[in-house]
Structure formats: C-alpha cells, structure tokens
Ligand binder design. Structure first.
Ligand code: NAD
Length: 501
C-alpha cells in the first residue's frame, strides 16, 4: 500500500486552511491525519472559562440577531452556501486529511452542507405557525415561532462538517446563535468552517459573534452543556456521550437534541433483487470504512438465500481497494485511530467466542495508519457483541425463516437509527414500514441504510436519542412556540363556558 509522506499531507492541510482564510494559533491540541497517523499541525484549545465567555458573546449577539427578519438571516446562510461552493475542494481536502474519507465521500459531505444551506434559505421564508379556530366569538387563536437562544453544537469526528452545517444553517435562519464544539479529533475542518462563516457574516454585515468555535475535548463539551445560557444542546456522538450529556442538560431544564449511535440492519427477503441488494449492502457496510452512524452492521437474510448473499457480498468485498483515501479507485480509507482498530479486533474475537465465523476481512493492511479489510461475519444468534455498535467495518450476518422473526431480530437491539429491507414483495415492504415493522427513525426499501438526503428529518429512536435534524420540520427544535389568543370583540367570554362574576 502506497501512502503519501506525512510532510506532504501537512503541506496540503496548510494550503487548504489558508485558502479558507483560517488564522488560528498553534497550541497543545495535536491535529492528526488517519492516513499516516501523523500530526498535521497543532491548535490552541479553549479553557472552560473561555467557553463561558464564548457563550456570553453568542448570547449578546443573539439579542440582536433574533430581531433581524428571518429572510435577512437567510441571506447570511445563502452567502455561506456560496462560499462553501467556492471552497468545496478545499474543505473536502481537509475532511479527507482529518477524517480519512475517500475524496468522493468527502466532496459528498461538503455537498450536503451546500444542500442544507439551500434548504435553510428557503425555510427562512417558511417558519410557519398555525391559526386554529377559537371557541370564543371575536377571538383569534394562533401560534408564533420565535428564536430560541444559544444553541450548543457538539459534533463527532465522522461527519466533521455536515453535522455542524445541519445545525448551524437551520439555527441561524431560526434566529439563534451557535457555539460549536467539534470533535477534538477533527479541529481543522472546524477552523475552516468557522472562517468561512465569519466571512459570510461579515459580507452580510451580520453580528460576527452569532457563531463561536470552542476547541477542545470532553471538558470543553461539559462547560458548554452546563452553561444555563445554552438553550439547546444538539449533541452528536456515541451513546456513552449522550448518557453523560442528557441528564446534565435536563438538570437545568435545558433542551437537548441527541443524535447518538446506531446499529443498523437490512432484511433481505427471498424476492429481493440480489444484484441491487448486494450493491446497497456493500456501500452501506464498507463505505467510510464502516464509520458512519448509519453504517450497515447487521444483515438479516432469509435462510434460503443466505449462502448466495454471503458469497456475493464476500466476492464484492474482495474487489474493494483499501488504501490512501486520496487514491482514485480506493473505496475504503483508514480507521480513525489505533483505538478504533483495537475495538474492532476485540469485537471480532467476541464474535468468534460466540460461535461466529469470519467469512472474510478484519485484517490490518500495511503498518502505518490503521487500515483494515472490511469483515463479514456469520453469527449463530444476535449475541451481545452484535447488539452493540462497533464503529468499524464489521457486518454480522444472521438468518431467519419467518418474516415476523426477521422483524423481531431487526428491532431486538438497543439502538434505533437506520434500517432497510430488500424485497420485491409489496406486503413485506409495507409491513416493514408499518407501525409493527422497523422501529427506527429511518426505514428504507431497496436502498441501504446509509446516505440520507437532507430533505428528510434525520435521527433515530431508543438509545439513538430521539432527536431529529436537517429537513422536514426539524427546525422546530431550534425555536420556541408561543400560543397567542387575541380578543377583537368588546366582550370577555371565558373558555369552556366558565362564568366568573
Ligand atoms: P464521541 O461520543 O466520542 O464524541 C462526540 C463528541 O462528544 C466529541 O466532540 C466529544 O468531545 C464530545 N463529548 C464526549 N463526551 C462528552 C461529555 N461527557 N460531555 C460533553 N461532550 C462530550 O463520538 P465519536 O467517536 O466522535 O463519533 C462516533 C459516534 O458518533 C458513533 O457512536 C456514531 O454512531 C455517532 N454518530 C451519530 C450520528 C447521528 O446522527 N446519530 C452522527 C455521527 C456520529
């Protein structure tokens, strides 16, 4: 495996950061690339005290920003979208360097940012409230949506820019200010996004302080979570993180929007178009080296076609090129770090101990960075290791005989993010989407579990946290609702016919 040398990667990072206008001092946080496992540069981190200062500044800016008409707020997001389009290659380059995504996926992630900006600009003229019929004559009953306040965004390493943009584009048109704590693993992508947004704000004469970047690890995240001026904490990451964050926010009656881990499955039924199914399965399970929250981790296949499906997936896996994400032809880049590799190996050992058979993959490739061949593992049952999310390319295969059992297996895990069924049988497809079908926030037919579009609401149930971001009416989480009753009569009738005096 040919990998670029580490100094050329550091140079690439510097030029992409410079193109985006980043000016950020060096410090004690080491920004590394999973391509070679080496340092790109260092970055100054924030202290807990500085987080509070950032929240204060964002809150002051919010007090003005909330009164700017929403379509004028949309103009900032429109400008951000045009800067993202202009710097698409630069940002994608940093995403590849820091998160190890192959170029096409890194470009796709930036495209997702551009798409959400377009969506948010349209939304800036559509933050509709309802009018309800009042039971009292001469009265008007309506609801109005108002800006909420400061939104604290905590994001994970694997979608280092898209998750920020889902939150920020929507929060800004909703009239909120944002304080962003990116993953400590991907600070450089965050510096680039922050620089571009600052430019958009300046170009539109909007208050610069409506966006604040705070860099650091868990302690910086905790300071944000505990600050009472943070009205909404939108946190994306592991279930472990969500368990720590949710009670702290609840303690102070803040709002939280949680986008946590998934353990996504696809059911493959006897009528499935197997050619199409295998393509969907391979992209979902091996793409992004299994490091998407929506990555396919469990395959639930009818016993009559299981051998055939496993053979087909194994031969597709044999064709996958693993290597530098900058190389054309490579579809599987590196794992984020050594810890991810160790966790993957532990899960494979646990699967073997549970009676699983590794059909292919799971081996380390090369000796710099942490590259692995995607693993395909047949399991006799849905054991503990299968029920846990291992953030690496492991696809467990389970079989079923009866369709109800397939659904029970499918739903028999603690997480509830994404799901799919491959079938040409309409009854099975509809059942999978029905109330007694998949219990996930995302349920697909004849496509894989990963690769959502921004137009729909994104998120999941159970341990995935219940939050919804991005499209549809997810914007409502970023606003507060006021119910208004206006009496335009000269009488004062009370509701429910109550007489008083
Ligand atoms: P992680 O939980 O280790 O870290 C996520 C973020 O939370 C980081 O910014 C981290 O610094 C911060 N954090 C950790 N503990 C915290 C605490 N106690 N208080 C405040 N902040 C804290 O996750 P990761 O390894 O970066 O990302 C992978 C995980 O994220 C996977 O579980 C994946 O499924 C999940 N994820 C979910 C979604 C989704 O939309 N559901 C999207 C992307 C990733």
């Amino acid at each position: 495996m040919n990998l670029p040398d580490s100094s050329s990667l550091a140079d690439r990072a510097e030029s992409a950061l410079a193109a985006c206008g980043v000016e950020w001092p060096a410090g004690d946080l080491s920004a590394r690339t999973p391509i070679t496992g080496t340092q790109l540069r260092t970055v100054r981190q924030h202290s807990g005290r500085e987080v509070d200062d950032a929240v204060d500044a964002a809150h002051r800016a919010f007090l003005t920003w909330r009164t700017v008409p929403a379509p004028a707020r949309g103009a900032v997001v429109r400008r951000l979208g045009s800067l993202l389009t202009e710097h698409k290659d630069d940002l994608a380059e940093i995403v590849t360097l820091e998160a190890g995504k192959v170029t096409s996926e890194a470009l796709g992630e930036v495209q997702e940012m551009i798409d959400i900006c377009e969506f948010a600009v349209g939304l800036s003229r559509q933050l509709y409230g309802r009018t309800m019929p009042s039971e009292r004559p001469g009265h008007r009953l309506t609801e109005t949506w108002h800006p909420l306040g400061v939104v604290g965004v905590i994001s994970a390493f694997n979608f280092p820019v898209a998750v920020w943009s889902w939150n920020t584009a929507i929060a800004l048109v909703c009239g909120d200010a944002v304080v962003w704590k990116p993953s400590e693993t991907t600070p450089l992508t965050a510096l680039a996004c922050d620089a571009l947004l600052r430019r958009a704000l300046a170009d539109c004469q909007a208050p610069i302080d409506v966006h604040q970047l705070v860099v650091g690890g868990r302690d910086v995240g905790e300071a944000l979570v505990d600050n009472p001026l943070v009205a909404l904490v939108s946190a994306t990451g592991s279930v472990r993180m969500g368990r720590a964050v949710a009670p702290r926010v609840a303690e102070r009656f803040g709002r939280s929007l949680l986008e946590l881990g998934g353990n996504n499955a696809a059911v493959v039924t006897p009528s499935a178009d197997l050619e199409l199914a295998v393509r969907g399965i391979v992209f979902s399970a091996a793409g992004t080296a299994g490091q998407r929250c929506t990555s396919l981790r469990r395959l639930i296949v009818h016993e009559s076609i299981a051998d055939n499906v496993v053979d087909r997936v194994a031969s597709a896996y044999a064709q996958l090129q693993v290597g530098s994400p900058f190389d054309s032809g490579v579809l599987v880049g590196p794992l984020i770090n050594e810890a991810a590799f160790e966790t993957m190996q532990k899960s494979l050992s646990a699967a073997r101990a549970d009676g699983g058979t590794v059909v292919c993959g799971g081996d380390r490739v090369g000796d710099s960075g942490f590259y692995v061949t995607p693993a395909l593992v047949r399991m006799p049952a849905q054991t503990e290791v299968v029920r846990a999310e291992t953030f690496a390319p492991i696809l467990y295969v389970l079989t079923y005989t009866d369709f109800d059992d397939a659904i029970a297996l499918h739903n028999g895990v603690p997480q509830g993010l994404s799901s799919s069924i491959f079938t040409l049988d309409q009854r099975e497809a509809e059942r999978f989407l029905a109330a007694d079908g998949s219990d996930c926030g995302i349920a697909n037919v004849n496509i894989g579990t990963s690769g959502a579009e921004i137009g729909g609401a994104f998120g999941g149930e159970k341990e995935t946290g219940g939050g919804r971001e991005s499209g549809s009416d997810s914007w409502k989480a970023y606003m507060r609702r006021a119910t208004n009753t206006v009496n335009y009569s000269d009488q004062l009738p009370l509701a429910q016919g109550v007489e008083f005096g």
